[in-house]
Design a binder for this molecule. Structure first.
Ligand code: RP5
Length: 173
């Protein structure tokens, strides 16, 4: 698992992926996978807004001073991790609601998407798709100032279009 390791050995990752529990990794790995596939350096790390608030603040500060461009934060339940990170930085914070045991992640989604006016977090879909899309959105933001990355993103989209164009449905028997 890519936990607590900075890919490509940089001082600060281009994208910092945070999650409230190691149990969130099953979902959060999908965003990490997108970043890895696009060659974007990332650091995936377990830090909790309520269990380790000081460590979280220290880490966010290290990322900011090291040149990190955005944060992806995944959490479940009363999911305040993304909001707390956003309170500590003006860098973009992308929020991934983790499916929860009792409410299926609706609690996580509402906790993230209902941030009070003034401290935004960009909230994605619950679960794997949201995590992957947060990774792809981070790539899209970075591609605004990186032509090569932009071309790779366009090629990725073209491959998806090809799958649809060549889709064949089975005949009825
Ligand atoms: C949050 O509480 C985590 O993001 C996790 O999704 C949820 C449950 O945590 P665990 O009990 O699985 O560690 O802090």
């Amino acid at each position: 698992m890519a936990n607590n390791k900075t890919s490509k050995g940089k001082v600060a990752p281009t994208v910092a992926i945070l999650m409230g529990s190691s149990n969130d990794w099953d979902v959060m790995q999908h965003g990490a996978r997108q970043l890895k596939d696009f060659g974007v350096s990332y650091d995936a790390r377990v830090l909790s807004a309520h269990r380790t608030p000081e460590l979280l603040a220290e880490y966010v500060e290290r990322c900011i001073s090291g040149g990190t461009r955005c944060f992806i934060a995944g959490a479940g339940g009363a999911a305040h991790l993304a909001g707390v990170v956003a309170a500590l930085t003006t860098l973009p914070v992308l929020a991934v609601p983790i499916p929860s045991k009792h409410l299926g992640g609706l609690d996580s989604l509402l906790s993230m998407v209902q941030m009070p006016k003034g401290i935004p977090v960009a909230t994605f879909a619950i679960g794997d798709a949201g995590s992957a899309n947060a990774g792809l959105f981070a790539v899209a933001m970075l591609a605004m100032s990186d032509e090569k990355l932009g071309r790779r993103l366009q090629a990725f989209r073209a491959r998806q279009a090809d799958v649809v164009k060549t889709a064949r449905l089975p005949d009825l028997s």
